[in-house]
Ligand binder design. Structure first.
Ligand code: SF4
Length: 343
């Protein structure tokens, strides 16, 4: 069976939350475990600098944290290549080579750039002043991330499709300019990403302080779940609830207990006939979350106590990724006529 190389990455900006798990990692696990794919998963630490270049003190620690999160949920270094972007200098070289022929209006029109700029400062003018050359060039870096490994597939949600279009444009331009078909045009592998709301009912995000982390303890989780917004029309415990108006716990039940039709039927019945109050209902939900994540959390704790093991896993992945990257760059230099003289 031919395998397709699939490439994805995450920025090391802190511990991952359950939105990352259900939105990305479950898909990664599927690709890793279902055969037919050769997954490359990258901790993209250079990308972390595009919006937070002034303070790098946490990057190293966050690489370790993200590796723990990936490994504890089952990302398997025997089945996937797990590596750190900055350990592969060839990615930076390809970024530089790509930047020579990428028209500047391609990067300026990139729709996600506006969101990234907003992350820098609420004030649009102040934010513009903070836009660096590196931030402007992040789509080129992303194209290099994918094409260094000649990634054929990239798991994306519909909202991230523009990144991939950019990488395809770069691959196409390279192939056209140098009369080759060397780079595959990476295709999107659209994934179902259930939207996991934060406890306040808004999009879950670590900077919004509304998330539950993979690494959280049982009691951290219970405290967070207690804050979840429920059915705002339900005033007293004796009022029947409405699952369709329940803002956070009911949607969460539908993700955490998605394979348990009996549990969902019970929650719905108890809610809508006022057999249970929201406080108890949320306590039960917290229990289900903790039961589901306990094995990951236990594995995480064990791994965290053995940083050498995690280091070895990353070193192994870095070496494997570097070998492929060196081959790519050697071939790219050859195609471009940029082999160094006099060697
Ligand atoms: Fe939501 Fe449960 Fe309250 Fe019903 S009882 S509104 S499902 S928290």
């Amino acid at each position: 069976m031919t395998t397709k190389r699939i490439m994805s990455g995450m920025r090391p900006t802190g511990r991952l939350h359950l939105g990352h798990y259900f939105g990305a990692l479950t898909n990664w696990l599927h690709f890793q475990n279902s055969g037919g794919f050769d997954p490359y998963f990258s901790i993209v630490d250079w990308h972390a600098l595009t919006t937070k270049y002034q303070d790098t003190s946490e990057v190293k620690g966050n690489i370790f944290e993200i590796a723990l999160d990936w490994l504890c949920v089952g990302i398997d270094p025997e089945k996937a290549t797990i590596y750190v972007q900055s350990a592969i200098p060839e990615i930076a070289e390809l970024h530089l080579l790509f930047s020579m022929f990428t028209p500047h209006n391609w990067v300026e029109r990139e729709p996600t750039l506006k969101d990234m700029v907003r992350m820098l400062d609420n004030d649009e003018h102040a934010a513009q002043e903070k836009v660096t050359y590196g931030l402007l060039g992040y789509p080129v870096l992303m194209a290099s991330d994918i094409l260094t490994f000649r990634g054929e597939l990239v798991p994306v949600g519909k909202d991230q499709e523009s990144h991939l279009e950019f990488a395809r444009d770069v691959a196409r331009r390279f192939n056209h300019l140098f009369k080759t078909d060397y780079f595959p045009e990476p295709q999107p592998k659209f994934t179902e990403t259930p939207l996991l709301k934060g406890v306040d009912g808004l999009k879950m995000g670590k900077s919004f302080n509304n998330d539950i982390k993979i690494a959280d303890t049982d009691s951290d989780t219970a405290k967070r779940v207690k804050q979840m917004i429920t059915d705002r029309t339900r005033i007293a415990k004796s009022d029947p609830g409405h699952t369709d108006l329940c803002e956070v716990p009911w949607p969460w039940y539908n993700i955490i207990d998605r394979d348990k039709a009996d549990v969902l039927a019970l929650v719905k019945d108890e809610c809508e006939s006022a057999k249970i109050g929201c406080v108890d209902c949320k306590t039960r939900l917290a229990g289900h979350i903790n039961d589901a994540f306990r094995p990951f959390r236990e594995k995480r704790e064990k791994l965290a106590s053995d940083p050498d093991q995690v280091r070895k896993i990353l070193e192994h992945g870095n070496a494997k990724a570097r070998k492929v990257a060196k081959e790519t760059l050697s071939e790219v230099r050859e195609i471009m006529g940029m082999t160094t003289w006099p060697t």
